[in-house]
Design a protein around this ligand. Structure first.
Ligand SMILES: C[S@@+](CC[C@H](N)C(=O)[O-])C[C@H]1O[C@@H](n2cnc3c(N)ncnc32)[C@H](O)[C@@H]1O
Length: 204
Protein backbone atom coordinates (compact mmCIF):
# COMPACT_ATOMS: atom_id res chain seq x y z
CA UNK A 1 0.00 0.00 0.00
CA UNK A 2 1.24 3.51 -0.79
CA UNK A 3 0.79 6.32 1.69
CA UNK A 4 0.73 9.88 0.35
CA UNK A 5 3.08 12.39 1.95
CA UNK A 6 1.90 15.94 1.36
CA UNK A 7 4.64 18.25 0.08
CA UNK A 8 3.97 21.75 1.45
CA UNK A 9 3.28 24.36 -1.22
CA UNK A 10 5.95 26.53 0.45
CA UNK A 11 8.69 24.33 -1.11
CA UNK A 12 8.67 26.73 -4.04
CA UNK A 13 10.18 29.35 -1.71
CA UNK A 14 13.35 27.28 -1.27
CA UNK A 15 15.85 29.11 -3.46
CA UNK A 16 18.17 26.67 -5.26
CA UNK A 17 21.89 27.53 -5.18
CA UNK A 18 23.11 29.71 -8.07
CA UNK A 19 24.96 26.76 -9.67
CA UNK A 20 21.78 24.71 -9.71
CA UNK A 21 19.85 27.58 -11.29
CA UNK A 22 22.49 27.77 -14.02
CA UNK A 23 22.24 24.01 -14.61
CA UNK A 24 18.47 24.25 -14.93
CA UNK A 25 18.57 27.07 -17.45
CA UNK A 26 21.29 25.22 -19.41
CA UNK A 27 19.06 22.12 -19.41
CA UNK A 28 16.10 24.12 -20.72
CA UNK A 29 18.21 25.46 -23.59
CA UNK A 30 19.51 22.00 -24.51
CA UNK A 31 16.00 20.54 -24.50
CA UNK A 32 14.59 23.41 -26.54
CA UNK A 33 17.37 23.11 -29.12
CA UNK A 34 16.80 19.35 -29.32
CA UNK A 35 13.06 19.71 -29.74
CA UNK A 36 13.40 22.48 -32.34
CA UNK A 37 15.51 20.38 -34.69
CA UNK A 38 13.75 19.99 -38.01
CA UNK A 39 15.92 17.24 -39.47
CA UNK A 40 14.50 14.28 -37.58
CA UNK A 41 11.17 13.10 -36.19
CA UNK A 42 10.18 14.39 -32.77
CA UNK A 43 10.59 11.98 -29.86
CA UNK A 44 7.15 12.28 -28.36
CA UNK A 45 8.05 10.22 -25.31
CA UNK A 46 10.04 13.09 -23.86
CA UNK A 47 8.56 16.09 -22.08
CA UNK A 48 10.60 18.28 -19.73
CA UNK A 49 9.51 18.53 -16.09
CA UNK A 50 9.61 21.65 -13.89
CA UNK A 51 13.15 20.94 -12.73
CA UNK A 52 13.26 23.74 -10.18
CA UNK A 53 10.16 22.41 -8.44
CA UNK A 54 11.46 18.84 -8.55
CA UNK A 55 14.78 20.01 -7.04
CA UNK A 56 12.95 21.96 -4.32
CA UNK A 57 10.67 18.99 -3.56
CA UNK A 58 13.56 16.56 -3.46
CA UNK A 59 15.51 18.82 -1.10
CA UNK A 60 12.50 19.06 1.19
CA UNK A 61 11.90 15.30 1.11
CA UNK A 62 15.53 14.49 1.93
CA UNK A 63 15.49 16.88 4.89
CA UNK A 64 12.13 15.85 6.30
CA UNK A 65 11.59 12.17 5.48
CA UNK A 66 13.24 8.99 6.72
CA UNK A 67 15.22 7.24 3.97
CA UNK A 68 15.87 3.51 3.86
CA UNK A 69 19.11 3.95 1.92
CA UNK A 70 20.99 6.19 -0.49
CA UNK A 71 20.09 4.70 -3.86
CA UNK A 72 18.05 6.99 -6.12
CA UNK A 73 16.55 5.82 -9.42
CA UNK A 74 15.06 7.94 -12.21
CA UNK A 75 12.54 6.01 -14.29
CA UNK A 76 12.88 7.20 -17.90
CA UNK A 77 15.62 9.76 -17.33
CA UNK A 78 15.55 11.40 -20.78
CA UNK A 79 18.10 14.23 -20.57
CA UNK A 80 18.96 13.03 -17.05
CA UNK A 81 18.40 16.47 -15.55
CA UNK A 82 16.73 15.11 -12.41
CA UNK A 83 19.41 12.42 -12.08
CA UNK A 84 22.10 15.09 -12.24
CA UNK A 85 20.26 17.27 -9.71
CA UNK A 86 19.78 14.29 -7.38
CA UNK A 87 23.51 13.62 -7.65
CA UNK A 88 24.20 16.93 -5.89
CA UNK A 89 22.64 15.46 -2.74
CA UNK A 90 24.18 12.62 -0.77
CA UNK A 91 22.65 9.95 -3.04
CA UNK A 92 23.89 7.17 -5.34
CA UNK A 93 22.04 7.92 -8.55
CA UNK A 94 21.06 5.72 -11.47
CA UNK A 95 18.88 6.76 -14.42
CA UNK A 96 17.30 4.26 -16.81
CA UNK A 97 16.18 5.32 -20.29
CA UNK A 98 14.80 3.26 -23.20
CA UNK A 99 15.30 5.75 -26.02
CA UNK A 100 18.92 5.75 -27.26
CA UNK A 101 18.87 9.31 -28.60
CA UNK A 102 17.61 10.67 -25.30
CA UNK A 103 20.13 8.59 -23.41
CA UNK A 104 22.89 10.08 -25.59
CA UNK A 105 21.66 13.57 -24.64
CA UNK A 106 21.58 12.54 -20.98
CA UNK A 107 25.12 11.16 -21.16
CA UNK A 108 26.35 14.36 -22.78
CA UNK A 109 24.67 16.48 -20.12
CA UNK A 110 26.02 14.55 -17.12
CA UNK A 111 29.46 14.47 -18.75
CA UNK A 112 29.55 18.23 -19.32
CA UNK A 113 28.14 18.98 -15.89
CA UNK A 114 30.54 16.46 -14.35
CA UNK A 115 27.60 14.94 -12.48
CA UNK A 116 28.25 11.76 -10.53
CA UNK A 117 25.44 9.55 -11.86
CA UNK A 118 25.16 6.30 -13.79
CA UNK A 119 22.90 6.15 -16.85
CA UNK A 120 21.64 2.83 -18.20
CA UNK A 121 20.03 1.95 -21.50
CA UNK A 122 17.04 -0.23 -20.69
CA UNK A 123 13.51 -0.68 -19.49
CA UNK A 124 12.68 0.69 -16.04
CA UNK A 125 9.73 -1.68 -15.64
CA UNK A 126 10.71 -4.70 -13.58
CA UNK A 127 10.11 -8.04 -15.32
CA UNK A 128 6.38 -8.74 -15.13
CA UNK A 129 5.54 -5.11 -14.40
CA UNK A 130 3.72 -4.56 -17.70
CA UNK A 131 0.99 -6.96 -16.55
CA UNK A 132 -0.13 -4.37 -13.98
CA UNK A 133 -1.28 -1.98 -16.73
CA UNK A 134 -4.98 -1.76 -17.46
CA UNK A 135 -4.42 0.09 -20.76
CA UNK A 136 -2.09 -1.41 -23.39
CA UNK A 137 -1.45 2.01 -24.98
CA UNK A 138 0.36 3.56 -21.99
CA UNK A 139 3.65 5.20 -23.13
CA UNK A 140 5.71 3.30 -20.54
CA UNK A 141 4.76 -0.02 -22.16
CA UNK A 142 6.16 -1.92 -25.13
CA UNK A 143 9.79 -0.77 -25.05
CA UNK A 144 11.78 -3.53 -26.67
CA UNK A 145 15.00 -2.95 -24.75
CA UNK A 146 16.83 -5.03 -22.13
CA UNK A 147 15.82 -4.93 -18.49
CA UNK A 148 17.54 -1.89 -16.94
CA UNK A 149 18.02 -3.60 -13.58
CA UNK A 150 20.01 -6.54 -14.94
CA UNK A 151 22.67 -4.18 -16.30
CA UNK A 152 23.46 -2.87 -12.80
CA UNK A 153 22.83 -6.11 -10.91
CA UNK A 154 20.09 -4.49 -8.82
CA UNK A 155 16.33 -4.79 -8.47
CA UNK A 156 13.74 -2.11 -7.85
CA UNK A 157 13.63 -3.05 -4.16
CA UNK A 158 17.29 -2.01 -3.83
CA UNK A 159 16.33 1.67 -4.25
CA UNK A 160 15.34 4.09 -1.49
CA UNK A 161 13.81 6.71 -3.80
CA UNK A 162 12.37 6.49 -7.30
CA UNK A 163 11.47 9.52 -9.38
CA UNK A 164 9.13 9.32 -12.38
CA UNK A 165 7.33 11.67 -14.74
CA UNK A 166 4.30 9.66 -15.84
CA UNK A 167 2.22 10.71 -18.80
CA UNK A 168 -1.29 11.83 -17.92
CA UNK A 169 -3.27 8.70 -17.13
CA UNK A 170 -0.34 6.47 -16.23
CA UNK A 171 0.44 7.84 -12.79
CA UNK A 172 -1.60 5.08 -11.16
CA UNK A 173 0.21 2.44 -13.25
CA UNK A 174 3.57 3.74 -12.00
CA UNK A 175 2.18 3.66 -8.46
CA UNK A 176 1.02 0.05 -8.87
CA UNK A 177 4.42 -1.03 -10.21
CA UNK A 178 6.18 0.72 -7.34
CA UNK A 179 3.76 -0.75 -4.80
CA UNK A 180 4.33 -4.27 -6.14
CA UNK A 181 8.12 -4.25 -6.58
CA UNK A 182 9.69 -1.55 -4.37
CA UNK A 183 10.98 -2.15 -0.86
CA UNK A 184 8.77 -1.37 2.13
CA UNK A 185 9.70 2.13 3.29
CA UNK A 186 10.90 3.32 -0.12
CA UNK A 187 9.72 6.67 -1.53
CA UNK A 188 8.20 7.41 -4.94
CA UNK A 189 8.31 10.99 -6.20
CA UNK A 190 6.23 11.83 -9.27
CA UNK A 191 6.13 14.97 -11.34
CA UNK A 192 2.55 14.95 -12.65
CA UNK A 193 2.36 18.37 -14.30
CA UNK A 194 2.62 22.05 -13.36
CA UNK A 195 2.67 22.55 -9.58
CA UNK A 196 1.96 18.87 -9.06
CA UNK A 197 4.78 16.91 -7.44
CA UNK A 198 3.56 13.91 -5.46
CA UNK A 199 5.38 11.89 -2.85
CA UNK A 200 4.46 8.38 -1.69
CA UNK A 201 5.89 5.91 0.79
CA UNK A 202 5.40 2.19 0.44
CA UNK A 203 3.92 0.79 3.64
CA UNK A 204 4.05 -2.90 4.54
C1 LIG B 1 7.85 12.40 -19.70
S1 LIG B 1 9.53 11.92 -20.05
C2 LIG B 1 10.34 12.38 -18.54
C3 LIG B 1 11.82 12.49 -18.65
C4 LIG B 1 12.57 12.82 -17.37
N1 LIG B 1 12.29 11.86 -16.32
C5 LIG B 1 12.31 14.20 -16.87
O1 LIG B 1 11.61 14.35 -15.83
O2 LIG B 1 12.80 15.15 -17.48
C6 LIG B 1 9.39 10.13 -19.88
C7 LIG B 1 10.68 9.41 -20.26
O3 LIG B 1 10.55 8.02 -19.95
C8 LIG B 1 11.12 7.23 -21.00
N2 LIG B 1 10.44 5.92 -20.90
C9 LIG B 1 9.11 5.66 -21.01
N3 LIG B 1 8.86 4.37 -20.75
C10 LIG B 1 10.05 3.77 -20.45
C11 LIG B 1 10.42 2.46 -20.05
N4 LIG B 1 9.52 1.49 -19.89
N5 LIG B 1 11.71 2.23 -19.78
C12 LIG B 1 12.65 3.22 -19.90
N6 LIG B 1 12.36 4.49 -20.28
C13 LIG B 1 11.06 4.77 -20.54
C14 LIG B 1 10.80 8.04 -22.25
O4 LIG B 1 11.64 7.70 -23.33
C15 LIG B 1 11.02 9.47 -21.74
O5 LIG B 1 12.37 9.85 -21.85
Amino acid sequence: MLERIVIPSSVDRRTPPAEIQLWISDARQRIEAFQDRWDRPQIEQFVAADYELVYQSLGWALESQMLIGKRFLEWGCGFAVVSALAGTFDLDVIGIEAEPELLAQGRRLVGEWNADVELIHGNFLPRGGESLADDPTLPSLGHDVPCGYTAVGLELDDFAIVYSYPWPGEDDFHERVFDRYASVGALLMQFCGPNDVRLWRKRG
